[in-house]
Design a protein around this ligand. Sequence first.
Ligand code: SAH
Ligand code: F3S
Length: 437
Amino acid sequence: MGKKLYIETLGCAMNVRDSEHIIAELKEKEQFELTDDLSKADLILINTCSVREKPVHKLFSEIGYFNKKKKTGAKIGVCGCTASHLGDEIIKKAPYVSFVLGARNVSKITEVIHKEKAVEVDIDYDESTYAFSDFRSSPYKAFINISIGCDKKCTFCIVPNTRGEEISIPPELVVQEARRAAQNGAKEIFLLGQNVNNYGRRFSDRDRKIDFTDLLKMVSEIGEVKRIRFTSPHPLHMDDKFLEEFANNPKICKSMHMPLQSGSTKVLRDMKRGYTKEWFLDRAMKLRSLVPDVHISTDIIVGFPGESEEDFADTIDVVEQVKFEQIFSFKYSPRPLTPAQNYPNQVPDEIASKRLSFLQDLHLSMLDAISQKEMGKVYEVYFEELKPGGYVAGRTDNNWIVKVKGSEELLGRFVDVKITKPGRLSLEGEVLVNEKV
Ligand code: SAH
Ligand code: F3S
């Protein structure tokens, strides 16, 4: 019997892809098989997130639980951003942990499993040309990294300290990986990076003149690729060339993540985001005029140090003007290694909580009107997942989740669906008969 691997993944899409890389390496080179049963695993991994404080606290209770449930002799490894940030402190606090592997050291997984108490957390390590073995959790869509690290240094964000400086993955490797994935059935390619539209800023081997728009064109020329998504772009780098390619390239899905963070120019300056309220609104309005059906999602932080009622009102103003289809909102969480943790005028928790509820309630009420407008529309849906109750779910090009009554024969297909029931998180519809590819 082969060795068994149990892996839990927290955090963002980049962590999901890192976990796929870890699984691929362990399957291919160490003959591990995945298991959902913690008590049967020979190796238990947790791929952590450190962007906010809560998940970091949860880590120690989680690995404590693993330690209780694991079978004798099983190893526990801590990977990801909290591994990069805490390093050997993790082993000091939880001595039953066998190794710590940082978010930028994923390719060393096959080494650390053979060492006792290994700590590999070098954030200058360059994995941008490492050829990982292949594993994908979904046969229908493929996450592909196009860069590692982030150069932005937003003053609230720990990521530059856990994932290091930004290095782009050479375009030929990205294209090769996209082609292979699409030929294997993943007709949707999801390009990943902390700051995707800064692509091409730095490669590890030599200078090249290629930007994100050029890369999008290259990936879209692959015949088998039907849809391209990406996350996260940065509002600062949303120049006209990029927005026009987004609008005019039929393979690029019409759904854009525009992380606002704050609507106040003063707060944006303190966050070092590099744009103003006016720039953000100008880009969002340009996007809406170029692509009337576009779905815009965003990230918002409330209660950043120094955020006044007026600043918060600016955030609400942007929300009301842009009418985001989706908002991920967070209370500011002071993080180690970031400048903002030492800023004066930290906002009291009750005020931040009140602002967060206000924002979330407002958005929920806006969503009712937004989703009501979808009634009766016909969308091409790419079906990816079976749901309880005899439903199958997929996404429209502009990122609505749509479920219909149906079974596995819809999976992996593009099918026209008429929307019959709106909802805040997903829509319901009926399959129309003229089925596509
Ligand atoms: N590169 C990504 C951000 C990654 S972190 C981007 O620009 O979109 C994901 C989100 O977590 C951020 O957009 C931000 O809204 C939130 N976040 C990051 N640090 C935070 C902190 N200290 N407190 C609260 N939210 C934070
Ligand atoms: Fe973080 Fe800002 Fe980069 S949010 S990941 S430092 S773009």
